[in-house]
Design a protein around this ligand. Structure first.
Ligand code: NAI
Ligand code: MG
Length: 338
């Protein structure tokens, strides 16, 4: 079988622990990845004085594919978020965040939603400044949001195609074009126009973001795939993760022009790092998204079904889910079910 070169970044904190557990499961599945291990984050800064070494960038540029453990970002001072730098470097324009209710007894049963967030534009471009007045240097703060037709088109095209390929039924365009008539109006207009191209293949509707946030809490199952701009997507994707039991089970795919990077949504969890108790589910689900991406959907399905069965059994779970299993014991349980 032909091998698929892919970059592997173990990351910081619990990163190496959940990455090792995930690799063991991928190996048992017979996934065809050939890993190039590279450093990033605090691990890289400690090893070579650079939190994002050139060798890591070169590797991702070559493989166009990476599985990444969480990276610690120093607060207040220190280096800039490596996650943001990777997003910019490889033009990772779409962030795909599926959320499914795995655990029984949660607030909602059978939630199955996907939020696809525009990842580069909008109010998060970081164009902001203070305007001093008299002796107050911060009398006024001003930020600009930037949305381009090019960016919206590229993003929405990807999102509609993803939805159709993954056999989803409906796409909801989420916006605030009643107030931000131009900024999010352009997003709504471009996505709606493009949606017409997919008529007959998938249902398209639109929703204003605040109403959408409420509707998600009242009845999440009325939605299927939600597509939205950067900041709304940031907020709604965490809300959606909350509907299915929190960030610990949430994977994410960062899809870009020059590469795609797969990771867990949670961070490096310094409070439990090194204790071998971290839950590897989110990273394993990210690996499943990566398998889908390289057209090994059958393996992705086997992995998801094993995780599903394990979590629903309520047995052999990690400490965060009320169990006693270590990270590796959890991985072995998944392997036994594959
Ligand atoms: P966090 O997600 O690392 O931790 C929040 C809480 O959830 C902690 O109590 C932690 O123990 C728990 N937790 C997280 N993942 C878990 C897992 N797999 N199993 C069991 N428990 C888990 O968020 P926090 O503490 O805000 O951030 C820590 C560091 O991670 C920061 O430096 C932050 O910048 C970075 N971070 C990196 C991300 C990335 O690389 N994509 C994403 C989010 C945060
Ligand atoms: Mg966020």
């Amino acid at each position: 079988m032909e091998k698929i070169p892919a970059t592997l970044i173990p990351g910081d904190g619990i990163g190496p622990e959940i990455v090792n557990a995930t690799l063991k499961v991928l190996e048992a599945l017979g996934a065809s990845f050939e890993w190039e291990q590279q450093l990033a984050g605090v691990a890289a800064e400690d090893a070579c004085g650079d939190p994002l070494p050139q060798a890591t960038l070169d590797s991702i540029r070559r493989t166009k594919l990476a599985l990444k453990g969480p990276l610690t970002t120093p607060v207040g001072s220190g280096f800039r978020s490596i996650n943001v730098r990777l997003r910019e470097e490889f033009e990772l324009f779409a962030n795909v965040r599926p959320a499914r209710s795995f655990l029984l007894g949660g607030r909602f049963e059978n939630v199955d939603l996907v939020l696809i967030r525009e990842n580069l534009e909008g109010l998060y471009v970081g164009v902001e400044h203070y305007i001093p007045i008299a002796d107050d240097p911060k009398a006024v703060a001003e930020a600009s949001g930037i949305i381009t037709r090019y960016g919206c088109t590229r993003f929405a095209e990807f999102a509609f195609n993803w939805a159709i390929k993954n056999k989803r039924k409906k796409v909801t365009i989420v916006h605030k074009a009643n107030i931000l008539k131009k900024l999010t109006g352009l997003f709504l207009e471009t996505a709606t126009e493009l949606g017409k191209k997919y008529e007959g293949q998938i249902e398209v509707e639109e929703r204003i973001v605040d109403n959408c946030a409420m509707q998600l809490v009242l009845n999440p199952n009325q939605f299927d795939v939600l597509i939205t701009t950067n900041m709304f997507g940031d907020i709604l994707s965490d809300e959606i993760a909350g509907l299915v039991g929190g960030l610990g089970l949430a994977p994410s795919a960062n899809i870009g022009k020059d590469a795609s990077i797969f990771e867990a949504v949670h961070g490096s969890a310094p409070d439990i790092a090194g204790k071998k108790i971290a839950n590897p589910t989110a990273l394993m689900l990210a690996a499943a998204l990566m398998l889908d991406h390289v057209e090994e959907a059958d393996k992705a399905t086997r992995l998801r079904e094993s995780l599903d069965a394990q979590l629903r059994s309520g047995e052999g779970l990690t400490v965060d889910l009320g169990g006693k299993a270590s990270t590796m014991e959890f991985a072995d349980n998944i392997i036994a079910r594959l």
